[in-house]
Design a protein around this ligand. Structure first.
Ligand code: HEC
Ligand code: HEC
Ligand code: HEC
Ligand code: HEC
Length: 300
């Protein structure tokens, strides 16, 4: 009887999630989400191996251990403008910084606040208030060292490339932008930094799982998964879409945030339809390329 009520009584499961979640900080995405830490209790092996994946590391707060470039003298700098300008990585009490010099004079210094990537390359982001910007220098594993961030000018260090929500949609699990019209690509909107969920978590691939967690906590004897999308039951296209939401290439514009994508959704419904091939003027082309470079540093 309990089981029937749970299966058919949507309202009841909500009450359930509220009571089991009581005392916990609710997930910023809403009460249908549990948060990855909750999965560890019953899926410890999956959780532990997940901590080693590129997905878990795809966006992190910068710390001494996830910034891999050298801060040692001789390996800590990049020169610009044939040696007339330069950028040095330095550590201070308040953190790690990229500091720009022109004619031996420091003129700008910004902190490593977040790390994107880590598999082959790392790019860094600093916050200016609620707005994130990419730092001029990235770390490349193949070079074992620092070099200009992809697509950047080699004449002077560039600090003005704003990071858009689109970057977070593929590298993080959630961050809230103020609810104003058309924020998808609105780089002036800023973010509510307290809502950031770093990295790609379990529920980005498996969908919201609070009811799954609550059901199995209350029914420890039950060995068949409830309230979670069973991967085996997805068709081929649905399985591809579950990865293609981030791996399908960067060129498509989305009309709905990829944060809202759940397994079994149809990805085509998230994309802006293209009715006509775009004809661009030379000026548009330049702007278009720059915007693309800004939005999508990782064109394959
Ligand atoms: C209280 C225990 C419990 C917790 C907590 C829990 N699960 Fe599960 N989960 C189960 C059980 C039991 C199964 C079914 C047996 C199995 O596949 O391991 C299951 C199965 C699954 C499956 C496989 C579904 C299928 O049939 O293909 C996925 C995916 C899953 N859980 C995801 C999660 C996620 C994500 C979280 C955290 C948000 C989570 N689980 C937390 C108990 C739990
Ligand atoms: C929410 C976005 C997102 C989803 C969904 C996603 N990925 Fe990824 N994936 C990424 C990002 C971003 C990276 C690069 C991470 C990094 O290095 O920072 C990545 C990296 C990878 C890598 C490289 C790992 C390595 O160690 O070389 C593989 C393989 C991969 N993903 C497979 C998949 C598969 C398969 C799926 C679907 C089941 C999937 N991804 C779903 C965003 C995603
Ligand atoms: C449509 C999804 C998508 C968007 C948008 C996106 N990325 Fe990525 N990014 C990926 C995937 C997938 C990979 C892994 C690709 C690979 O290994 O070939 C990746 C790789 C990277 C890497 C290299 C990671 C590594 O470990 O080698 C960095 C750095 C990075 N992205 C930063 C960014 C930044 C900054 C933005 C925004 C300006 C951004 N990405 C936008 C999906 C995306
Ligand atoms: C990048 C997407 C992605 C992420 C992130 C992810 N999973 Fe999965 N997971 C999958 C896919 C795809 C499968 C199905 C693999 C298959 O059946 O071949 C799977 C299978 C599972 C299964 C059932 C099979 C098994 O090995 O027991 C469980 C349980 C599970 N995941 C839990 C989790 C938990 C918990 C987390 C977070 C700690 C997580 N997953 C993170 C994509 C993901």
């Amino acid at each position: 009887m309990w089981l029937l009520l749970l299966i058919f009584g949507g309202g009841l499961t909500v009450i359930f999630s509220q009571c089991v979640n009581a005392g916990d900080k609710p997930d910023v995405r809403g009460e249908e989400y549990a948060g990855s830490k909750k999965c560890m209790k019953c899926h410890e092996d999956v959780y532990r191996s997940y901590l080693l994946t590129a997905h878990y590391h795809s966006l992190q707060r910068a710390t001494g251990s996830n910034v891999h470039g050298s801060f040692e003298h001789g390996h800590d700098s990049v020169t610009f403008d044939n040696g007339n300008a330069g950028l040095v990585m330095n550590k201070r009490i308040s953190g790690m910084y990229q500091t720009a010099y022109k004619k031996a004079r420091e003129y700008r210094s910004e902190r490593f606040d977040m790390v994107f990537g880590g598999n082959k390359a790392e790019s860094y982001v600093y916050w200016n208030g609620t707005k994130p910007y990419e730092l001029p220098i990235s770390y490349y594993k193949s070079l074992h060292g620092w070099a200009n961030s992809p697509g950047y000018d080699t004449r002077l260090p560039y600090f003005e490339r704003q990071v858009t929500q689109r970057c977070f949609e593929c590298h993080a699990s959630y961050v809230k932008q103020p609810a104003i019209a058309n924020t998808m690509q609105n780089r002036d909107a800023g973010f509510d930094t307290t809502t950031m969920i770093y990295g790609i978590d379990c529920e980005r691939c498996h969908g919201p799982a609070a009811n799954h967690v609550n059901f199995h906590l209350a029914n420890p004897g039950e060995k068949v998964a409830h309230y979670i999308t069973t991967y085996k039951l997805l068709n081929r296209k649905q399985r591809l879409d579950d990865c293609a939401v981030c791996h399908g290439g960067n060129k498509d514009e989305l009309q709905t945030s990829a944060f809202d994508f759940k397994p079994s959704d149809d990805l085509a419904r998230f994309k802006v339809p293209r009715f006509l091939p775009k004809r661009l003027s030379a000026a548009d082309k330049c702007r278009f390329n720059r915007l693309n470079a800004i939005k999508f540093v990782n064109l394959q």
